[in-house]
Ligand binder design. Structure first.
Ligand code: 9LY
Length: 233
């Protein structure tokens, strides 16, 4: 039986990531807002672009706190942010969807999202992902590390020095692996399941641009930051 122990250095790394994650958590109020009122497709699209714009700004601040990130080649820093922004947004959306809510609220929230203007064909993959994240009952350390690991994916488009990114991602993966063994001793496959979610997350990437253009309304307007990050307009 492997005796797993998180070293002092690993605990320090985890603390830096979790503190940055908590400092840069975008307001959870989007769920509350959606539960309060029903909005038109236009209003929902505007809400999405506002939430996504602030989330990208928050993601940049979080990423700057990842040890070693700012020492990477500058073009690679941009390539990593650009390559992970949509996944980080869906991961954050899944965490918002999976948060504990009073009875019946999650069902109302799901209904509001289903009727928000997103075309029907994307509902299944999106909610399958949200529910598979929910089933993991991740603690915040796991959520923060998984977000950092998603950002530090070496094989994003246009990344030149992939080894330098691997050298940052590997220690995060090792801490997460140990944390999973300690948090879920009776579930040896938990870490593998967690990483499997990152594969599912990439598939949502493929749908993303089409989800935007097929939003039930004309004349989709984006903020300049989203035009950069989302490759739209
Ligand atoms: O605001 C949202 N997510 C933010 C983004 C930043 C970080 C926090 C959450 C939206 C929301 C905007 C208003 C309409 C209804 C959806 N949301 C989404 C969502 C839906 C579709 C997309 N698309 C991306 C490209 C095309 N579609 N992105 C996010 N899932 C959500 C799950 C929740 F529990 C939930 F509460 C909201 C969620």
């Amino acid at each position: 039986k492997e005796k797993v122990e998180i070293t002092k250095a690993q605990r320090a790394l985890m603390k830096v990531i979790v503190d940055a994650y908590n400092r840069h958590k975008i307001p959870q109020d989007v769920a509350k807002k959606l539960l309060q009122d029903q909005y038109s497709a236009e209003e929902n699209f505007l809400l999405l672009t506002e939430m996504a714009t602030s989330q990208v700004q928050v993601l940049v601040e979080f990423t700057k706190n990842i040890p070693g990130f700012l020492s990477l080649n500058h073009e690679d820093q941009i390539a990593l942010l650009k390559g992970s922004a949509v996944e980080a947004m869906f991961l954050r959306s899944a965490q918002v969807f999976s948060q504990k809510m009073p009875n019946g609220h999650t069902e109302v929230l799901e209904e509001r999202i289903r009727k928000s203007g997103i075309s029907e064909e994307f509902m299944t993959p999106m909610f399958n992902f949200y529910k598979s994240i929910g089933e993991l009952h991740m603690i915040e350390e796991e959520q923060a590390l998984l977000t950092a690991i998603t950002i530090l994916t070496p094989d994003r488009p246009f990344v030149k020095d992939q080894q330098a990114v691997e050298r940052l991602q590997e220690p995060m993966l090792e801490v997460l692996r140990k944390l999973c063994v300690l948090q879920h001793p009776q579930e040896p496959q938990y870490f593998a399941r967690l990483l499997g979610r990152l594969t599912e997350l990439r598939t949502l990437n493929h749908y993303h641009a089409e989800m935007l253009t097929s939003w039930r309304m004309n004349d989709h307007k984006f903020t300049p930051l989203l035009c950069e990050i989302w490759d739209v307009q």
